[in-house]
Design a protein around this ligand. Structure first.
Ligand code: ASP
Length: 627
C-alpha cells in the first residue's frame, strides 16, 4: 500500500497494521532511543520553531513530543504537519530519540524523549474547540464541560477520575468474591422500595395504567435473597431517587450493596472496615487504621453537632448548662429551667477575630435558626465579651475551664429549647470556622461509625412518625416495647460509616420477624391493608424461615470522589446530571410524541410555568407544540 498518497486528507480507511500504535504515547522511554515506533492519538499543542514543527501527541497515558523536521520524513510530511490543529486525531510513524540537552521537560513522563516523525496519517479532523482540552485546571464553566462531556472526559483529570473509579469496581468485586459473596442483580423495573425519597416511575405499556418504580435501593430484594439462602450477597447497584437535588446529590447513583445472614452489627462493620481499608491501600496506598472508632448518634450530636462528624477538625462542642444555670444571664437561665440547653463552640486562635468577623458568625448562626449567638474572647489573660458582666469571677473561671479555652481563643455560645438545634447550628459553624481558619487536617482519612440512630423521627408536616433509615431496620431489642408507647425514644440497630464528614455508607440489622415488621409499619402509620398492598410479597417471604440478617450500602460516587480528591460527585461520573436533573449532553429528560404517550394511556397536564421547569435550552413540550 502506498501510504504517502494520504497527503493532506483524512484517509482513515488506510488505518491498518502499518499505522496501528506499537506503543502508547506516555510509555515511550529513553531506552527505546533509536527504535521505530507508531503512536496514535490527539494533537494537543503545536509549536513551529525555526521551521521545525513540534506537536504534543496525547492518548490516555499522557503526551509525547513528535518532531517534524523539514529535512526528514517522506515527501511533504513536514508541510502537512503545518496544518495540524488541536484535537486532530492522527497516527504517526517515527523513531525515538533523546531530546537535545537543555530541551528536556521534567514535568511529563516522556520529557527526555521525542519521536522524530517519518510520516503521519490524518485520521480525523476536529472542529474548533469550545474549550481548551489540554487545560489541566477546572477553570472551564461546568455547564460547558457537561454539554461537551466527550471532550471534557478527554482531559487528564477526568481520565484519572474515571480510571480510578474503575479500579474501585475491580477491587470491590474481588474483595467481596474473596469473602464468599455472590453478586446478584436485582431488577430495575420494580415496585417501590421506601428509602425516604420519591420514586422514578416508569409506565407499563403492556399493563396500561400501571407503573414500575425504579429502585431507590435493592433493599427488599436483598432481604428476600437472605430468605432464599444466598447468605452473602453483594451488588454494584444503580439506585434512583427523585429528590430536589442538593449540592452533592444525583438522581441516579451507584451503591456497593451488601447483605449477610446470621450476623450482628460487629460482623457487618468488620467486613466493611476490611473493604475500606483495602480500597484505600489499593488506590492511594494509604494506611487506614481499623477498627474505626464508634460513636452513638446522640454523642455525635452533643460533641460535633452532626451525625456525620468530621474528625479532622479538632474542636468539640461543650455543654455549658452547668455554668450558666446559676449565672446572672437570665435569658440562658430561663432556657435551661425550661429544659433547654446552652452549648459552646471553642475556637483556637479566635481571639484575633475582628468585630466584623464575629458579627458575620452571628449572622450565619441566625440564618441557621439561632435566636442569637454569644461570643467570648480571651485576650491577654482576660475574658472579654458582652456577657462577661453577667458572670461572677467564679462563673468566668468555670466557663474557661469547661470550654478549655485559654489566651488567644474564642468561644461561641448558643442557648436553645432544642438540644438538636443548638448542637447542629454550632456544628455547622464548627466546620465553617475550621475551614476559614485552616484548622482541618487535610491529610487525614478520618473514618468512624455512628450507631444507635433513632428508629423514627417526627414529621411535622405530615404529622406522623417516619423512618430515619428505612422501615426494615430493627429496633434495639430491649426497646421493642417502646415502639408503640414512645416511638421517639427507640434506637435503631443502624450504623453509618462516615469519612471526613461525609456519610459514605449506612446499613442496619433488619427486622426478620414478620410480626415485628408489621408493628414497625403500624408505627409509621401504614395500616395492615396498605402494608399488604405495598409490601405483602415481602412480609409473606419473611414468614418462611427467615434467618437474622443485616447489611450495608456504600456510596460508590462519594467514595470515588474522596479517593480522587474531586470537588463534586459529577467529577467522578462519566455522564452526570445537573442540579435540575438534566443531562446537558443528551438533553434528557425530553418531551415525547403524543402517539407514544397515547399507547401508554398518558396525557400530560399543561405546565403552568415552563420557564421555571427548565434552565437549559431544551424546548419544552409546550414550546414545541404551541400553546
Ligand atoms: N438500603 C439502604 C440504603 O440504600 C442501605 C442498607 O440498609 O443496606 O441507604
Amino acid at each position: 500500500m502506498e501510504h504517502a498518497e494520504t497527503v493532506g486528507a483524512v484517509r482513515s480507511e488506510f488505518f491498518d497494521g502499518y499505522w496501528r500504535r506499537s506503543i502508547l504515547c506516555g510509555r515511550v522511554e529513553e531506552v527505546m532511543a533509536g527504535a521505530e515506533v507508531r503512536v496514535n492519538g490527539w494533537v494537543r499543542r503545536r509549536r513551529d520553531l525555526g521551521g521545525i514543527i513540534f506537536i504534543e501527541l496525547w492518548d490516555y497515558t499522557g503526551p509525547v513530543q513528535v518532531v517534524f523536521n523539514p529535512s526528514a520524513g517522506a515527501g511533504d510530511v513536514h508541510e502537512r504537519a503545518g496544518d495540524l490543529r488541536s484535537e486532530y486525531c492522527i497516527a504517526v510513524r517515527g523513531r525515538v530519540s533523546l531530546r537535545p540537552e537543555g530541551t528536556e521537560n521534567p514535568t511529563i513522563a516522556t520529557g527526555n524523549v521525542e519521536i522524530a516523525a517519518d510520516d503521519f496519517l490524518l485520521l480525523s479532523l476536529s472542529e474548533p474547540l469550545p474549550f481548551e482540552v489540554g487545560d489541566a485546571t477546572d477553570r472551564v464553566e461546568e455547564n460547558l464541560r457537561l454539554t461537551y462531556r466527550y471532550l471534557d472526559l478527554r482531559r487528564e483529570r477526568m481520565q484519572y477520575n474515571l480510571r480510578t473509579r474503575a479500579k474501585l469496581y475491580f477491587f470491590t468485586r474481588s474483595y467481596f468474591a474473596n469473602n464468599g459473596f455472590v453478586e446478584i442483580e436485582t431488577p430495575m423495573l420494580t415496585k417501590a422500595t421506601p428509602e425516604g425519597a420519591r420514586d422514578y416511575l416508569v409506565p407499563s405499556r403492556v399493563n396500561p395504567g400501571t407503573f414500575y418504580a425504579l429502585p431507590q435501593s435493592p433493599q427488599i430484594f436483598k432481604q428476600i435473597l437472605m430468605v432464599s439462602g444466598f447468605d452473602r450477597y453483594f451488588q454494584v447497584a444503580k439506585c434512583f431517587r427523585d429528590e430536589d437535588l442538593r449540592a452533592d446529590r444525583q438522581p441516579e447513583f451507584t451503591q456497593v450493596d451488601v447483605e449477610m445472614s446470621y450476623v450482628t452489627e460487629d460482623d457487618v462493620m468488620a467486613l466493611t472496615e476490611g473493604y475500606l481499608k483495602g480500597l484505600f491501600r489499593e488506590i492511594l496506598d494509604a494506611a487506614v487504621p481499623t477498627p474505626f472508632p464508634r460513636m452513638e448518634y446522640w454523642d455525635a450530636i452533643d460533641l460535633y453537632g452532626s451525625d456525620k462528624p468530621d474528625l479532622r477538625v479538632p474542636m468539640k462542642l461543650v455543654d455549658l448548662g452547668p455554668v450558666f444555670a446559676e449565672s446572672g444571664f437570665e435569658a440562658f437561665c430561663e432556657i435551661l429551667k425550661a429544659g433547654g440547653v446552652v452549648r459552646g463552640l471553642p475556637l483556637p486562635g479566635g481571639a484575633l477575630m475582628s468585630r466584623k468577623e464575629l458579627l458575620g458568625v452571628e449572622e450565619k448562626a441566625k440564618k441557621l435558626g439561632a435566636s442569637g449567638l454569644a461570643v467570648f474572647q480571651v485576650k491577654e489573660g482576660d475574658l472579654k465579651g458582652p456577657l462577661v458582666k453577667f458572670l461572677s469571677e467564679d462563673d468566668q473561671a468555670r466557663l474557661r475551664q469547661s470550654a478549655a479555652i485559654g489566651d488567644g481563643d474564642a468561644l461561641f455560645v448558643m442557648g436553645d429549647a432544642s438540644r438538636l438545634k443548638a448542637c447542629t447550628v454550632l456544628g455547622t459553624l464548627r466546620l465553617e470556622l475550621a475551614r476559614a481558619h485552616g484548622l482541618i487536617n487535610e491529610k487525614a482519612w478520618a473514618f468512624l461509625w455512628i450507631t444507635r440512630f433513632p428508629l423514627f423521627e417526627w414529621d411535622e408536616e405530615e404529622k406522623r412518625w417516619t423512618s430515619v433509615h428505612h422501615p426494615f431496620t430493627s429496633p434495639v431489642l430491649e426497646q421493642l416495647p417502646l415502639m408503640e408507647s414512645d416511638p421517639g425514644r427507640v434506637a435503631a440497630r443502624a450504623y453509618d460509616v462516615v469519612l471526613n464528614g461525609s456519610e459514605v455508607g449506612g446499613g442496619s440489622i433488619r427486622i426478620h420477624d414478620p410480626a415485628v415488621q408489621a408493628r414497625a409499619f403500624a408505627c409509621l402509620g401504614i395500616d395492615p391493608e396498605e402494608a399488604k398492598e405495598r409490601f405483602g410479597f415481602f412480609l409473606e417471604a419473611l414468614s418462611y424461615g427467615t434467618p437474622p440478617h443485616g447489611g450495608i450500602a456504600l456510596g460508590v460516587d462519594r467514595l470515588a470522589m474522596l479517593l480522587c480528591g474531586g470537588q463534586s460527585l459529577r467529577d467522578v461520573m462519566a455522564f452526570p446530571k445537573t442540579q435540575k436533573a438534566q443531562c446537558l449532553l443528551s438533553q434528557a429528560p425530553d418531551a415525547v410524541e403524543e402517539s407514544r404517550l397515547a399507547e401508554l394511556r398518558i396525557r400530560c397536564l399543561p405546565v403552568e410555568n415552563p420557564a421555571a421547569r427548565s434552565n437549559s435550552s431544551t424546548p419544552t413540550p409546550d414550546q414545541r407544540e404551541g400553546p
